[in-house]
Write a protein that binds this ligand. Sequence first.
Ligand code: SAM
Length: 303
Amino acid sequence: MSFAEYSESIAEGDVAIIYLSHDSMMPVKVQRGAQTQTRYGVIRHSQDLIGHKYGSKVSCSKGWVHVLHPTPELWTVSLPHRTQILYTTDISMITMMLELKPGSIVCESGTGSGSLSHAIIRSIAPTGHLHTVEFHQQRALKVQEEFMEHRVGNMVTVRNQDVCKDGFGVSGVADAAFLDIPSPWDAVGHAKSALKKQGGRVCSFSPCIEQVQRTCAAFTDHGFSELCTIEILLQVHDVRTVSLPVPDFGPNSDLNRDQKRDQNQTQNQNQSSPGAVTIKTTTVPREIPGHTGFLTFATKPRT
Ligand SMILES: C[S@@+](CC[C@H](N)C(=O)[O-])C[C@H]1O[C@@H](n2cnc3c(N)ncnc32)[C@H](O)[C@@H]1O
């Protein structure tokens, strides 16, 4: 198992994702002899996980769970939060707009909980590299440990320094740079020098419009072009079967006997109860995800 490469079967030392329900998943480190408690009962690693195929259904004493191969998307919804994190809706747009592909060299700060980092690594694998900067020492150490556990450690370098003062620790090598820090405008000059001479793409994520204004001014001052700020709002649709009452318009006197019989037959096929029609439709959830932040993209032209 690796977060960047798929394996068929679960092995000792893997990080597997236990799927309890659509909005409840938990990562487990697979260890011989270990047990994991879930609300559906206990999972015994040696008997229930090791050697079984990813995607298997595991029966527990009070129900069942599925064991899934880890992906950056599943990690994002199950990782232990040490900071606010980026979610897949924003991450997908960042990946596309930064033009990430296998072999890309990327700079990122701050690393935070590593939600975005895992997605970047998967996109640039197997030949790319992520240089990520986090000034909080415990967070830098913890995320480094997770990269090793997830077997992507060879594709990422974590630096424990202040990106605004010390930059990304590399210069003239990056195809793309990403900022998720409170004062991105102070790191724009460092992002510029980390990018290749041929140019590259940058993105800055900020929750407030005042941060966006200062960052855009800094991008312009440093000669970046194609500035563009966007916000992505996700609209989820839940599939529902609903029963709609049919209004009673009284008998249809224009129809002949055969037509009336046909109409009754069709009604019997379509209706769950007389005077109602059952249809499949979608409804929007009561709570919809709101504002996360603005994404500002820019291009460093060839120099
Ligand atoms: C919101 S979190 C980043 C979350 C990350 N994008 C993710 O998806 O998990 C911001 C991180 O930036 C770090 N940070 C803030 N200012 C920094 C700076 N000047 N240099 C390096 N790291 C910084 C913080 O310690 C924090 O961990």
